[in-house]
Write a protein that binds this ligand. Structure first.
Ligand code: TPP
Length: 672
């Protein structure tokens, strides 16, 4: 539909949509940076969505039963910011719009979760939004099964562009959503045939309809500039029995006289001349950021229309039994159940007595078997490595179209999609997600793991097969740089527990975390229980602690994590036999150790002694503890990996790569 027809046939709609377009153009112009084209192209779709379909109340951004709206095309951030401002979200003031993309503004370059109410997830890295939305849709189904449709019954709406659909992660998400028949998920595709390099067809000729249909989706289409046609498609989408793709044919930069339908309007300001000419075409005689009061009032009425539905929902919530209502509210507000600490304490007590020799992946399974029955909001899963990651515990049941109460997700071989879905599960509320794969394939999941950290989503990544200790699968599967990568990521706890007790402590921290994701790097090979004397205190919470004190004068400190703590203890025996007093420090989480006060760090790593770290991985993250914090180069050494591993049984690899108690003892002696 062209502008003249649209204005003539839908004048009310036209004014509403033009307000979005004008704000987007003005804000990008003022910031001298941003993406006006997509908001201009999407304004009609978004107006129909917010006006006629989206269940929301601008005055209650956290309403548990609201529809979720995910702008997967995060570069179109001004579309979302304009909608939030116009509909009356308190934080989305006009001042914020005017300071779009500037220091301190809630309206960041790309929408950021936690900066501005109404932003459901951080988007910008293309493909993440649509994939996160799949997790939200799963969470909705799970919550509805547990608490009933009377209190949980909403949709997840996504706007995704060509870029989102081209990213590989989107196929993982689409495949998962199709298999799971997520009929609460509706993706509106901004089909404008433009990306940054030009037409989509310069790089892609995929038939998206066939692609989505092949993955089990229903596909609808509409003219993305015809409000009646958009409304028809969205109405139909809500009735679907499967996830829905609505192909919205749009024109990027709709109405811009020389720039519409071209890449030139994708990611730069229109410029004063083009902007004025566009407003002329729109019949919008208002100055920058000027929205006529009656148009703002119409938008605010749209923002308020969900209030009745919300009040009715509150009545239904209050009709639940007090215990059920309290549990619903605890889970939605992500409160940590008191049962977690007591379950972990009992587990630690029993295991320190039993002292099993088990791989930490097995220890993790044992912890989960104790925790999952008492923490009903955990939802586990694995990227097709259940038998290796040991993430499934009895009684969870598979989450499936015919079993929405199942708490175990078969993610398939989709590490990135799994990580993004975990973000969505948590962001939706009511769910604490954990998911497993091989530690080496952190790389495949990393885009979404980084967003967990950036958003403050405490997802738990169960990453097993954490070193050359996995053995015969060889260097393709043996992580060496991954601990460094995880430790380099801000706001991420990288745990590498040494035994069953540290594994339980790491799980306790991970499941109590409010804003930090955890990576549990777990061994394939069996490890002895090192902490056989029960202590109620969570020593892993300190990040590092003295596991074995030096006998006699302390001359050396050996630091180690995970499977190498056993090696460190053996090295200590060798050294003590030669009257070299040696302390062993277990350091299951560097980030938590770094967060302790100076006095504690100094107590654990006092200056003066020789320091040797041993870890079957690259040295990089250790230098702070070896050379810094009062260590010195002359008295510091590292025993670990310098390159990739190899295929062989684990014991042979440890010998060949020189990660042995003898080598550690020799290293210490060479530095004395
Ligand atoms: C993972 C990722 N890769 C690259 C980019 C940079 N980028 C931002 S928008 C864009 C093109 C997206 O095209 P489309 O989705 O069609 O958006 P439109 O041009 O319609 O606004 C690219 C490559 C990004 N944001 N994320």
């Amino acid at each position: 539909m062209d502008i003249a027809t649209l204005r003539a046939t839908h004048p009310d709609h036209w004014k509403l949509a033009t307000a979005i377009r004008a704000l987007a153009m003005d804000a990008v112009q003022a910031a001298n940076s941003g993406h006006p084209g997509a908001p201009m192209g999407l304004a009609d779709v978004a107006t129909v969505l917010y006006r006629n379909h989206l269940k929301f109340d601008a005055k209650a951004p956290g309403w548990a039963d609201r529809d979720r709206f995910v702008l997967s095309a995060g570069h179109a951030s001004m579309l979302l910011y304009a909608l939030l401002h116009l509909t009356g979200y308190e934080q989305a003031t006009l001042e914020q719009v005017k300071s779009f993309r500037q220091w301190g503004s809630r309206m960041a370059g790309h929408p950021e979760y936690g900066h501005l109410e109404g932003v459901e997830t951080t988007t910008g890295p293309l493909g993440q939004g649509i994939s996160t939305a799949v997790g939200m849709a799963i969470a909705e189904k799970s919550m509805a099964a547990r608490f009933g449709k009377k209190v949980v019954d909403h949709k997840i709406w996504v706007i995704a562009g060509d870029g989102c659909l081209m990213e590989g992660i989107s196929q993982e998400a689409i495949g998962l959503a199709g298999k799971q028949e997520l009929d609460n998920l509706i993706v509106l595709w901004d089909n404008n045939n433009i990306t940054i390099d030009g037409r989509v067809t310069v790089s892609d000729i995929t038939d998206q309809h066939k692609r989505f249909e092949a993955s089990g989706w229903q596909v609808l289409a509409c003219d993305g500039h015809d409000p009646a046609d958009i409304d028809r498609a969205l109405t139909e989408a809500k009735k679907a029995k499967r996830p829905v793709l609505v192909d919205c044919k749009t024109i990027i930069g709709f109405g811009a006289p020389t720039k519409s339908d071209s890449y030139s309007v994708h990611g730069s300001p229109l410029g004063d001349k083009e902007l004025a000419a566009t407003k002329e075409i729109y019949g919008w005689p208002y100055g920058p950021f000027e929205i006529p009061a009656e148009i703002k009032a119409d938008w605010e009425a749209i923002g308020a229309k969900g209030a009745t539905a919300r009040a009715e929902w509150e009545e239904r919530l209050n009709a639940l039994s007090p215990a059920k209502k309290a549990e619903f509210e605890r889970q939605m507000s992500r409160g940590v159940s008191k049962k977690l600490a007591s379950a972990i304490r009992a587990f630690k007590k029993a295991q320190s007595e039993a002292a099993p020799k088990v791989a930490t992946r097995k220890a993790s399974e044992m912890v989960l078997a104790a925790v999952n029955p008492v923490i009903p909001e955990t939802i586990g899963g694995s990227a097709d490595l259940t038998g290796s990651n040991l993430t499934l515990t009895p009684g969870l049941g598979d989450f499936m179209p015919d079993n929405r109460k199942g708490r175990y997700i078969r993610y398939g071989i989709r590490e990135h999609g799994m990580a993004a879905a975990m973000n969505g599960l948590y962001l939706h509320g009511g769910v604490r997600p954990y998911g497993g794969t091989f530690f080496c394939f952190t790389d495949y999941a990393r885009g979404a793991m980084r967003l967990s950290a950036l958003m403050g989503v405490p997802a738990v990544y169960v990453m097993t097969h954490d070193s050359i200790g996995l053995g015969e699968d060889g260097p393709t599967h043996q992580p060496v740089e991954h601990l460094a990568i995880c430790r380099a990521t801000p706001n991420t706890w990288t745990f590498r527990p040494a035994d069953v007790i540290e594994t339980a402590e790491a799980w306790e921290l991970a499941l109590s975390s409010e804003k930090t994701p955890s990576v549990l790097a777990l061994s394939r090979q069996n490890l002895p229980t090192l902490r056989t004397k029960h202590s109620g205190a969570n020593l892993t919470a300190k990040g590092a602690y003295v596991l074995e004190e030096a006998a006699g004068k302390r001359q050396a400190v050996i630091m180690a994590t995970g499977s190498e703590v056993e090696i460190a203890l053996k090295a200590r025996e060798i050294l003590q036999a030669q009257a070299i007093g040696t302390r062993v420090v277990s350091m299951p989480c560097m980030e938590l150790f770094a967060a302790q006060d100076e006095a504690y760090r100094r107590k654990i790593l006092p200056p003066g002694a020789v320091r040797v770290a041993v870890e079957a991985a690259v040295r990089q993250p250790w230098d702070r503890w070896l050379l810094g914090e009062r260590g010195t180069e002359k008295k510091a050494g590292f025993v670990g990996m310098e390159g990739f591993g190899a295929s062989a049984p684990a014991d042979r690899l440890y010998q060949e790569f020189g990660i042995t108690a003898e080598a550690v003892a020799e290293k210490v002696k060479s530095l004395l």
